[in-house]
Design a protein. Structure first.
Lengths: 234, 292
C-alpha cells in the first residue's frame, strides 16, 4: 500500500534520513521505533508532503507521492496525526472535527462519522463546544485522532500518540489504535514507547540516526536481545 | 451634552472607517505574520477607482463601491503573489521592508498616474441632513456606519460559519496542521488578501467621501491609525481590529473636540506606545498555549 524506497531527506545541511526503504501493507499496523533524533518524525512528514525528499520515492497505492502537492495527500487517503497533536487550539472541539472533514462534501456521512468518533471518544462529545486548547493532553490526543479519522483515511500516520500521557491514557489511546485498525484503517505508528508499540504492531522497523537497523515481525523483535537492550530497558 | 452626542456620532463615523481598514492589517498579520504597510495605499487606490467610477463612468453608487472593492481585491492578491509570496520563508524583517517598499511604490505610482493635486470626491451617497434636537446627522454618516457594520457582520459570519472561513483560521493557527487537513495554504492566503483589500478599499472610499478628497498620500495617516487600531485591539484578532478602530476614531474625535486639533494625532500615536509598553498583545489579545 505504502512503499518508501531509498528515501533521503535533508534538513538544510543535515542529512536526516539516509537511504531508508520500507513498506506498509493494507490492513497492517507497522511501527517505526527508535530513539529521539532517529528520524521517525521526518519520515512521516515526508510521507505527508510537509518535507520534500532529496532522493528516493514514496508511493501510495502505486502513485508517486513526490509529485503530489502536500494538501492533496489527505485526499488520496493518508491522514497524519502529528507529533504534539497540533490541534487547532483556538477552535472548538466540533470545529476541529469539521476541519478534519475539510476535503469532504458528503454532509450526511460527515455527521455519521462524527457520531462514530463520539462513540469511541465519549469525552469529546461532552466537550463538543469547548475550545480545544483548554482540553487535557489526553483529550487533545483523542481530538487529534478524531480529526484525522474525519478525513476517512485508508492509512493513518500516528506520531508519538502516547507522548506525555498518563499510563492509563496511554492504554486507552493504544486500544483506540487497535479499534481503528480493526475497522479497516492501515496504521503506521511512530513511537518511543517501543514496548507498547511492538505489542500492538504486526511488523516493526528499528531506526537509528537516519537508517534502518533492524526490521521484522513485532513479536520477534520484542524478544530480540538487541532490541530489548536498547529500547525495552533490558 | 449636544456637542458630546454630535462628537460621538462623528467618532463612530471615523471609527467605522478605521475599523474597516484595521481588519485588513489584522487578517494579513494573522495569516502570514506580516504588517502589510501597503494596506494604506490599497485604500488610497480604492478611493481613486471609486472616484473614476463615479466621475468618468457615472456608475450607480453600488457599482462604484463594488468595482472599487473587486479591483482592489485583485490587486491585493497580486501584491501578495508578486511581493510577499517569494519571501514566505525569508526572515520576517525582509518581508516587512518589502511591504514598506510596496507602499512607497504604490504611492509614487499614484503620483504618476493621478498627479499630486487632490481631486474632489463627489457625494456618491444621497445627501440628507437629519436633525434630532440640535444634533445633525447626515445620511452619508449613517450610510458609512451602516455599510461598515454590515460588512463587519458579514465578515464575522464568513470567518466563523463557512468552510473557507474556518480554513483561514486554521491556516493562521498552524499552517502545517492546515495542510494535513487538505487545505491549500496559498489559496487561503490569497483569499485573505482579497477580503482584506476589498474591505480596505471600501474604507478608502468611505474615507474619501467623508473628507471629500482623493490624493496619492491619503492612505498614509488613516493607514497608520488603522494599524494602531489593529495593535490596540490585538493584532491578528478580527473583533479586536473592529474594537480598536472604533476606539481610535472616538479618541481622535474627542481630542479634536475637547482638547485641540493639533494634539489629536499625537494622542493616537501615544496610544500605540502605551499599548506596546503595557499590553503588547492588545485589548483582546491573550497568550493561549497548547498543552503538550
Amino acid at each position: 500500500m505504502l512503499k518508501v524506497k531509498d528515501l533521503n531527506v535533508h534538513y538544510g545541511k543535515i542529512h536526516a534520513i539516509k537511504g531508508i526503504s520500507f513498506e506498509v501493507n493494507e490492513g497492517e499496523i507497522v511501527t517505526l521505533i527508535g530513539a529521539n533524533g532517529a528520524g521517525k518524525t521526518t519520515i512521516l512528514q515526508t510521507i505527508s508532503g510537509l518535507l520534500k525528499p532529496s532522493e528516493g520515492m514514496v508511493s501510495f497505492e502505486g502513485e508517486n507521492l513526490n509529485k503530489v502537492p502536500a494538501h492533496q495527500i489527505p485526499v488520496m487517503g493518508i491522514a497524519h496525526v502529528p507529533e504534539g497533536r497540533r490541534i487547532f487550539a483556538e477552535m472548538t472541539v466540533y470545529e476541529n472535527l469539521q476541519m478534519g472533514a475539510y476535503i469532504r462534501n458528503d454532509k450526511d456521512q460527515i455527521q455519521e462519522d462524527m457520531e462514530k468518533i463520539f462513540l469511541n471518544f465519549p469525552r469529546l462529545k461532552e466537550r463538543i463546544k469547548q475550545i480545544a486548547g483548554t482540553l487535557s493532553g489526553g483529550e487533545q490526543q483523542m481530538l487529534a485522532m478524531g480529526r484525522a479519522l474525519m478525513t476517512r483515511p485508508k492509512l493513518i500516520l500516528l506520531d508519538e500518540p502516547s507522548m506525555g500521557l498518563a499510563p492509563l491514557l496511554v492504554d486507552e489511546i493504544f486500544n483506540m489504535i487497535q479499534t481503528v485498525n480493526d475497522a479497516g484503517t492501515t496504521v503506521l505508528l511512530v513511537e518511543q514507547n517501543a514496548n507498547k508499540a511492538l505489542h500492538i504492531a504486526n511488523r516493526a522497523y528499528v531506526l537509528e540516526t537516519g537508517y534502518i537497523k533492524l526490521s521484522g515481525n513485532a513479536r520477534d523483535l520484542l524478544v530480540n536481545p538487541e532490541v530489548q537492550q536498547a529500547y525495552l530497558g533490558g | 451634552m449636544n456637542l458630546f452626542l454630535q462628537q460621538l456620532i462623528n467618532g463612530l463615523n471615523v471609527g467605522s472607517i478605521y475599523a474597516l481598514i484595521a481588519i485588513g492589517y489584522t487578517m494579513v498579520y494573522g495569516i502570514i505574520k506580516l504588517i502589510n504597510f501597503a494596506h494604506g495605499e490599497i485604500m488610497m487606490f480604492g478611493a481613486y477607482f471609486a472616484f473614476i467610477a463615479a466621475t468618468s463612468f457615472h456608475l450607480p453608487v453600488w457599482a462604484v463601491l463594488l468595482s472599487s472593492m473587486v479591483i482592489m481585491a485583485i490587486i491585493g492578491v497580486a501584491i501578495e503573489f508578486i511581493a510577499y509570496r517569494p519571501l514566505r520563508n525569508a526572515p520576517r524583517l525582509s518581508a516587512l521592508i518589502t511591504a514598506i517598499g510596496v507602499s512607497l511604490f504604490l504611492q509614487n505610482l499614484a503620483l504618476i498616474i493621478f498627479k499630486p493635486d487632490p481631486k474632489v470626491m463627489p457625494k456618491i451617497f444621497p445627501e440628507t441632513i437629519y436633525k434630532i434636537g440640535e444634533i445633525e446627522i447626515s445620511s452619508t454618516t449613517l450610510i458609512t456606519i451602516g455599510l461598515s457594520l454590515f460588512f463587519m457582520v458579514l465578515l464575522d459570519l464568513f470567518i466563523r460559519k463557512t468552510k473557507q472561513g474556518r480554513a483561514m483560521r486554521a491556516v493562521s493557527e498552524d499552517k502545517d496542521a492546515a495542510i494535513l487537513m487538505g487545505i491549500n495554504v496559498n489559496r487561503t492566503i490569497s483569499l485573505t488578501f482579497a477580503v482584506g483589500s476589498a474591505l480596505g478599499a471600501l474604507g478608502g472610499v468611505l474615507y474619501s467621501v467623508a473628507y471629500i478628497q482623493v490624493y496619492p498620500t491619503m492612505g498614509v495617516m488613516p493607514g497608520l491609525k488603522a494599524f494602531i487600531a489593529a495593535v490596540l485591539g490585538g493584532i491578528g484578532i478580527i473583533p479586536g481590529a473592529m474594537l480598536g478602530g472604533f476606539i481610535i476614531g472616538m479618541v481622535e474625535t474627542m481630542t479634536k473636540a475637547y482638547l485641540s486639533t493639533t494634539w489629536a494625532d499625537a494622542i493616537v500615536f501615544a496610544i500605540l506606545i502605551v499599548v506596546l509598553l503595557f499590553k503588547p498583545t492588545g485589548i483582546l489579545g491573550k497568550n493561549t498555549r497548547e498543552k503538550v
